[in-house]
Design a protein. Structure first.
Length: 296
């Protein structure tokens, strides 16, 4: 692991890290006092997936999204096919988020699952703001980061509370969620619309939107937008023409793709591709670093 920037705050420890695994890897992860937030700034390593060791069967794994929030005291098994990626890592003290959760809060099946693939524009924009301040520190950066972390804690708590289990409180049935995930993962096909996914699930677009928000804590449109940007990140790591990428992902034009990508990632597709190429051209060495915040 190579640390490009780091900042320790009263409530959180934040860093921008580059990681490299030469080949397929398998390891176990657990943090006891912090929520571990990870926003991939480059495409996540191929076949990156995880399972909760104490809750799921040994064969049940979920693909990791570009944004995850791993809860404290939950042991995970992580696997990937190896490779490089860069992430913004934000470790927020457990009590900073937990104070916003109701006393009756419990970690349900769906809440655990949503932690492995978060589609929330507000949370993503806050993490990107932290990334910008760490890379470009200036007057008041530390105080601004403190404020962003405070807001981030509230938004994460709201996401967890808003997420219900499948079929509960009007949530989306698990088989429908699986159909949506499988459709989004299909390579080489045009990016789906809400109407197509509703037809696939045999419900109306309005029913899909309502049930999806109840189950995932975000709208289906927001989830599709996030998934489309993740697909764009993966495609930009290839030699594909940017205009072709825009067309294959259903954007009306290259300019509309550029605008959407800039809103989501804070940079243009061209600059993102250039930075990705530069990062991949730099050898990544192992370096010792902290993996958990120091207690006060």
């Amino acid at each position: 692991m190579v640390i490009d920037a780091e900042l320790e705050l009263p409530a959180a420890f934040i860093m921008i890290a580059r990681l490299n695994h030469d080949g397929p890897d398998r390891n176990f992860f657990r943090r006891d006092r912090v929520y571990w937030l990870d926003l991939c700034l480059t495409p996540r390593r191929p076949e990156a997936k995880a399972r909760y060791c104490d809750f799921w069967a040994p064969t049940r794994f979920v693909e990791l999204g570009s944004m995850i929030a791993l809860p404290p005291r939950k042991r995970l098994e992580l696997q990937s096919a190896g490779g490089r990626h860069a992430s913004l890592l934000c470790q927020i003290k457990e009590e900073v988020i937990d104070k916003w959760l109701p006393e009756t809060f419990t970690w349900t099946e769906r809440r655990l699952e949503i932690c492995l693939n978060i589609s929330n524009k507000t949370i993503q924009s806050m993490l990107l703001k932290l990334n910008h301040e760490l890379r470009n520190p200036t007057i008041g950066s530390e105080r601004l980061c403190e404020a962003v972390v405070s807001q981030l804690a509230i938004e994460i708590a709201r996401l967890f509370v808003a997420t219900s289990d499948a079929d509960a409180k009007g949530g989306l049935a698990s088989w429908r969620q699986r159909l949506i995930d499988e459709r989004l993962a299909k390579p080489g096909e045009a990016f789906p619309t809400v109407a197509e996914l509703a037809h696939l699930c045999k419900i109306s677009p309005r029913q899909l939107s309502r049930a999806f928000r109840s189950s995932r804590g975000c709208s289906i449109s927001e989830h599709l937008a996030q998934s489309r940007i993740q697909a764009a990140q993966r495609r930009l790591a290839s030699s594909d023409n940017i205009r072709e990428i825009a067309e294959s992902l259903g954007f009306a034009s290259q300019s509309s793709f550029t605008a959407a990508f800039h809103r989501a990632m804070g940079t243009t597709p061209g600059l993102y591709r250039s930075r990705l190429a530069a990062a991949n051209g730099v050898g990544v060495t192992q370096a010792a670093t902290r993996t958990e915040m120091k207690p006060n």
